[in-house]
Design a binder for this molecule. Structure first.
Ligand SMILES: Cc1cc2nc3c(=O)[nH]c(=O)nc-3n(C[C@H](O)[C@H](O)[C@H](O)COP(=O)(O)O)c2cc1C
Ligand SMILES: CCCCCCC(=O)C(=O)O
Length: 415
């Protein structure tokens, strides 16, 4: 079967994984509004391609935290890769090493960090960390990954409690007995009397974590700290003030707070009829007006209609590009690097995220679909397809390298 796009891998995974595993990977919280909006959000964005710019050579390389990677797509931390493929995270590590990109290993990996590093010694990796009630446990794993050559810590902050994922509850999903959270082998497993989530004692994560834990983390490590799960400018500003080195704008693939924003999205807009214009004219009036505003050329034109943003009053209604990512990029103003995950499925999604100001994007579910297809080889294919699509989208929009990607490429369209 020829795999042409990431959706082909999704279909394969759905067909071949057990229902409980598929449901776990696919899950969103509650009614999955945010999960689904992550994808729709990219589809709403339209690009403004430039032409006649000699795109015979295009360079997809970029840097993250000062290290060069071959293209701006890394692997977001996802748990339990052995459910998708028997070699689990070892296969993930080999594929990302081969494609020279960044792999964020989940705390809940089913191979140990030592196995992962041994399998792909030259790979570029960050480690995703949850803060445990028992800080010693967190401290030990931080020192382990530091010694193993992990290059950054990704502190996930959107899971004080696990989101309510309905199918996981219906399926009573838990890690099968032959698989373990290998990094904590014998630690989590000892506490079997505690109530469990996914076969892991549910009370291990600390819901009381706060900004002071960022200082605590800084006191035990010299690695750069990247906060994953920020969605507002207020928290982005706090992150900068607390001296972290990066932010991943993320809603955890829509698995936590349902109803939170898509990580990249256009705010809902409504048409406000201000005077005599007949309703049949409304749509075209709106799109003309919208186009003008996006191009930054809005003047006091005597238009009978206007668009009203339904976002909070401090989000300027005149700029329809405001979304979680842009809000944060605008606030941070280049002081630290901003990354994004959630809903990236094509190379043009990558281009859109970069145009909105992300330095790099990360993919979650598509990575496990690739593993489910053919392990290391399957994930290499997923990454290669995204790389090829991104290169093509760059060329078709007139960008020869990532430095040429900017907000002028973005136009918004209504649903
Ligand atoms: C099956 C699954 C497991 C995940 N496990 C983790 C995890 O262990 N740690 C974490 O920080 N995020 C975890 N996430 C969230 C991802 O890092 C990422 O935010 C999300 O998957 C991005 O959306 P996408 O799947 O649409 O690409 C998980 C997501 C999925 C789908
Ligand atoms: C007990 C918490 C398990 C979390 C598993 C990994 C994760 O973040 C997910 O979204 O799933």
């Amino acid at each position: 079967m020829a795999m042409v796009c990431l959706t082909d891998f999704e279909e394969y995974a759905k067909e071949h994984l057990s229902k409980a595993t598929w449901d776990y990977y696919a899950a969103g919280a509650d009614e999955c509004c945010t999960r689904d909006d992550n994808l729709l959000a990219y589809k709403r964005i339209r690009l403004r391609p430039r032409i006649l710019r000699d795109v015979s050579v295009s360079d997809t390389r970029t840097t993250v935290q000062g290290t060069e990677i071959s293209f701006p797509v890394g692997i977001a931390p996802t748990a339990f890769h052995c459910l998708a493929w028997h070699e689990g995270e070892v296969a993930t590590a080999r594929a990302t090493e081969a494609l020279n990109t960044c792999y964020i290993t989940s705390t809940y990996s089913t191979c140990s960090v030592e196995e992962i590093v041994a399998a792909a010694p030259n790979g570029y990796r960050w480690f995703q960390l949850y803060v445990y009630r028992d800080r010693k446990l967190s401290e030990q794993i931080v020192h382990r990954v530091e010694a193993l050559g992990y290059k950054a810590l990704v502190l996930t902050v959107d899971v004080p409690y696990t989101g309510k994922r309905r199918n996981d509850i219906r399926n009573q999903f838990k890690l099968p007995p032959h698989l373990k959270v290998k990094n904590f082998d014998g630690v989590f497993q000892q506490e079997t009397a505690a109530p469990e989530e996914y076969g892991i004692p549910a009370n291990t994560l600390d819901p009381s974590i706060s900004w002071k834990d960022v200082y605590w983390l800084q006191s035990i490590t010299r690695l750069p700290i990247i906060i994953k799960g920020i969605l507002t400018k207020e928290d982005a500003e706090l992150a900068v003030e607390h001296g972290v080195q990066g932010i991943i704008v993320s809603n955890h693939g829509g698995r936590q707070l349902d109803g939170g924003p898509a990580s990249v999205s256009t705010p809902p807009i409504r048409l406000v009829m201000e005077s005599h214009c007949p309703p049949s004219d409304a749509t075209s009036q709106v799109s003309q007006n919208e186009g003008r505003q996006l191009l930054g050329r809005t003047t006091a034109r005597n238009t009978p209609n206007r668009l009203e943003s339904l976002t909070s009053p401090d989000c300027p209604t005149a700029d329809y590009r405001i979304d979680a990512l842009s809000e944060i990029v605008d606030t941070v103003q280049g002081r630290i690097e901003i990354y994004v995950d959630g809903g990236i499925r094509t190379g043009s999604d990558v281009l859109k995220a970069l145009a909105l100001g992300a330095k790099c994007v990360f993919i979650g579910r598509p990575a496990v679909w690739g593993l489910a297809y053919k392990g290391e080889e399957g994930l290499r294919e997923v990454l290669q397809i995204l790389n090829d699509e991104f290169r093509l989208s760059m060329a078709l929009s007139g960008c020869r390298n990532v430095a040429e990607i900017n907000r002028n490429l973005i136009q918004c369209s209504k649903l």
